[in-house]
Design a protein around this ligand. Structure first.
Ligand SMILES: O=C(O)C1=C[C@@H](OP(=O)(O)O)[C@@H](O)[C@H](O)C1
Ligand SMILES: C=C(OP(=O)(O)O)C(=O)O
Length: 426
C-alpha cells in the first residue's frame, strides 16, 4: 500500500463557531451487533455507526453465520444459528471491540475460527481473552503467543460458571464475557482480580445493553458480575451520536475561543463521552443544554487541568492536545492502560507534542504537559484515529501543521476530514 499523503490541517486565528451532528457511537453499535447476532429473533438497528470498526464487527458476525442487511441508516440483523461449522476467518483490523468481543461468540459455534488483524493489533493485550476462554473450557490455539493471531475451536457450547480474570489492562475483557455470558450453559460468575479496572462506563454500558434485552445481570458486588443463563431478547434500537468523537469538535471551540453546538446530545446516556460536560469546566469552558443539543462555549482563558482520566481513557488524546495549547501546565493521570490502545498513546502523544516544540513528559500513569510555543511539523498518527484528532486540534493553532494520515479517522468516523475542513474553513 502507498504511504498516505500528509494532510495540511486547517488553521484558524478566529473563533470557531458552528454545529455538528456526529455519527453513531462505536461502542453502542458494536454491542448492539453482538447482542443481535446472539438474539432470539431478528433485530433492527437505526443510525448505527458505519465505520471501519463497525464494518469489521458486522463482517465478523456474518462470517459466524449471522445475516446483516445494511441498508443505509437501518441495519437488520438475523441471528446466527450457532451450529455454524464452516471454518471462518475474522479480520479484527485494529478494533479492540472486535478482537475482544468476537472470540467468545466464536466459542459458541462449532467451527474453527481464525482471528488476526493489522500489524499493530498483534501487540495489543489479548492474553486475558485467551486465558479466560480456556478457563471456561474453550480450546484456543495461539502457539503460545498470548496475542493475535489465534484459532478458537468452537465446540457448540461453553460451560460457563465461575471465572476469575485480571482485566486491569482493558475493560473490554469484562464486556466481552458479559456479552456472551447468557448463552453459556451455566451463565457466568465473573470476578475481576488485580489493579483497578479502567473504563467503568463502558462496562456499565454493557450491563445496560444486556438488561435492555432481558438478560439478568447482578453487579451488586464491586468487580463481580453474575449473568444468568437464558435467551437474549431481540431489540429494535437507535444508536446515539458518538460523544467521544464529539470531543474533537468541542476542542475546536475551546482552543479558538469559540462555541460549538453538538446536535442530539442525549439527556441520559451511559457513554463515556458524556464526561466532556465536566472536562470542559476544568478547562474554564461551559456546556449548556439547548433543546436536544449541547452548546460548548470557551471561557476567557483555556486553563491547564489536573484530570484523572481512568474512566474515560479514550478521551485522552484530544484532552492532551487542548492541554498543549492551554494557558498553564496540565497533568493527565490514571491512563497507564493507554499503552495497549491503538498505539502506545502515552509515548505517541509525548513524541508528537514534543516534535512540535512542546514540553510533554510521560508519567507512570499519564502525561504532564507544559505549554510552549509550537511550530509546524508532520504530526505522526500511528494508525490511531484519536492521534489524528489530536493533530487537527493542534493544527488549528499551529499554522502549517501536517497530519501524517488523517484517513485513519475512518476507524470510527467516516468522512471526518471533509466535515472538519468545512467547519473550520467556513
Ligand atoms: O468497550 C468499549 O466499547 C470500549 C472500551 C474502552 O476500552 P479500554 O478499557 O481498553 O480502554 C475504550 O477505551 C474503547 O474505546 C471502547
Ligand atoms: C481504545 C479505542 O479503541 P478500541 O475499541 O480499538 O480499543 C478508542 O477508540 O479510543
Amino acid at each position: 500500500m502507498n504511504a498516505p499523503l500528509p494532510w495540511l490541517a486547517p488553521y484558524r486565528d478566529t473563533p470557531v463557531v458552528g454545529e455538528v451532528l456526529v455519527p453513531g457511537s462505536k461502542s453502542q453499535t458494536n454491542r448492539a451487533l453482538i447482542l443481535a447476532a446472539l438474539g432470539d429473533r431478528p433485530s433492527v438497528l437505526t443510525r448505527p455507526l458505519r465505520s471501519r470498526d463497525t464494518t469489521l464487527m458486522a463482517d465478523a458476525l456474518v462470517a459466524l453465520g449471522a445475516t446483516i442487511d445494511r441498508d443505509g441508516m437501518v441495519w437488520t440483523i438475523t441471528p446466527a444459528a450457532l451450529d455454524h461449522t464452516a471454518a471462518a476467518t475474522v479480520d479484527c483490523g485494529l478494533a479492540g471491540t472486535v478482537m475482544r468481543f468476537v472470540p467468545a461468540v466464536a466459542a459458541l459455534t462449532s467451527a474453527d475460527v481464525t482471528f488476526d488483524g493489522d500489524e499493530h493489533a498483534r501487540v495489543r493485550p489479548m492474553a486475558t481473552t485467551i486465558s479466560a476462554l480456556r478457563g471456561l473450557g474453550v480450546a484456543i490455539d495461539d502457539e503460545g503467543r498470548g496475542s493475535l493471531p489465534f484459532v478458537v475451536h468452537g465446540s457448540g457450547t461453553v460451560a460457563g460458571g465461575p471465572l476469575e480474570i485480571d482485566a486491569s489492562s482493558s475493560s473490554q475483557f469484562v464486556s466481552a464475557l458479559l456479552l456472551a455470558g447468557a448463552r453459556f450453559d451455566k451463565g457466568l460468575e465473573l470476578q475481576h482480580v488485580g489493579a483497578a479496572l479502567p473504563s467503568m462506563p463502558h462496562i456499565e454500558m454493557t450491563v445496560n445493553e444486556l438488561r435492555k434485552r432481558g438478560v439478568e445481570v447482578d453487579d451488586s458486588q464491586p468487580d463481580r458480575w453474575v449473568v444468568a443463563p437464558g435467551p437474549i431478547a431481540a431489540l429494535d434500537d437507535e444508536i446515539e451520536p458518538d460523544l467521544s468523537n464529539a470531543g474533537v469538535f468541542i476542542a475546536a471551540a475551546l482552543v479558538t475561543g469559540g462555541s460549538i453546538r453538538i446536535r442530539n446530545w442525549p439527556e441520559q446516556t451511559d457513554q463515556a463521552g458524556d464526561a466532556w460536560r465536566t472536562i470542559v469546566e476544568a478547562f474554564g469552558a461551559r456546556a449548556v443544554r439547548d433543546g436536544a443539543d449541547l452548546v460548548f462555549t470557551a471561557g476567557p482563558t483555556l486553563n491547564g487541568v489536573e484530570l484523572d482520566l481512568h474512566d474515560v481513557g479514550e478521551l485522552t488524546p484530544v484532552v492532551a492536545a487542548m492541554a498543549a495549547l492551554a494557558d498553564g501546565p496540565s497533568r493527565l493521570t490514571g491512563v497507564a492502560h493507554l499503552r495497549g490502545h491503538e498505539t502506545d498513546r502515552l509515548a505517541a502523544l509525548v513524541t508528537e507534542i514534543n516534535r512540535l516544540g512542546g514540553d510533554a513528559e510521560e508519567l507512570e500513569d499519564g502525561i504532564a504537559i507544559r505549554p510552549r510555543p509550537l511550530h509546524a511539523e508532520t504530526f505522526k498518527t500511528y494508525d490511531d484515529h484519536r492521534m489524528a484528532h489530536a493533530a487537527v486540534v493542534l493544527g488549528l493553532r499551529v499554522e502549517g501543521l501536517l497530519v501524517e494520515n488523517v484517513v485513519t479517522t475512518v476507524k470510527t468516523y467516516p468522512n471526518f476530514a471533509p466535515v472538519w475542513e468545512r467547519l473550520i474553513t467556513t
